[in-house]
Structures are given as C-alpha cells and as structure tokens.
Design a protein around this ligand. Sequence first.
Ligand SMILES: [Zn+2]
Ligand SMILES: [Zn+2]
Length: 129
Amino acid sequence: MLINFQQPDSWGHGNNWDKYLEGTKLTDNYIYLLFELLRANEFYKDQTTVFVTNDHGRHLDGHKDGFVSHGDNCEGCRHINFYAYGPDFKENAIIDTPAELIDIPVTIGELMGFTMEGSEGRVMTELFK
Ligand SMILES: [Zn+2]
Ligand SMILES: [Zn+2]
C-alpha cells in the first residue's frame, strides 16, 4: 500500500510557511495514527514494514525561491529523509549510507521475494538486521 500525503508540498508551492508547517505537523500526526493502528492490531503487529519518505527535497533558503519549489539539482532538492520500520530492520539505528529513490522498490522486492529486472537500484542491505 502506498499512502501519498498532499501536505506539506501543496502549501509549500503556495508560498505559505505557516500552512507548510501546519501541513507537516498534520502529516506527522497521520503517520503516528498509522503506527498506533499497526501496533494495536494483532494481524499487522510485528509483521508490517513501513517506509516513510518524501519523493523530493526542496530548494534551500537563498536558492531560487527557497522552500516554495523544488526540482533542480541543488543540495536541498537532492536530499530526502527515509525511515524504515519493521521486523527485518535494525532498531534505533541512524544509517548514513547514500541511497537513491530507485533503491526503494528493489528493497521492497527483497522483502516480498521478487526481483526488479532491469532496475539499477540496489537492495539497501544496510537497513537489515
Ligand atoms: Zn511539489
Ligand atoms: Zn533545488
């Protein structure tokens, strides 16, 4: 399942910093509620993998229009957060091995038992126990 949250990206493009922060907090809360559900449900508990990431960064302050836009090769646009949670992964580990978006589907394939023929992505083995 893929859940794509509209915020905070839309408010960022709207150049509304307060709403951008509000959208970030709202999305954080949705993710919290999802984790509460997964931890409480006997079927999903300890058997579910969750990745939380963003599909792009944003321009850094002072570069073009700052947080309002994204899509070039600046440092802010090229870096994203990636959080991996599940029974196969190390706990409480901060990993700084560089990875790319194309590594995510390949890693999902590893978890689900299929390979991504033709993909140049790699399995993010550094996440695994
Ligand atoms: Zn956008
Ligand atoms: Zn940029």
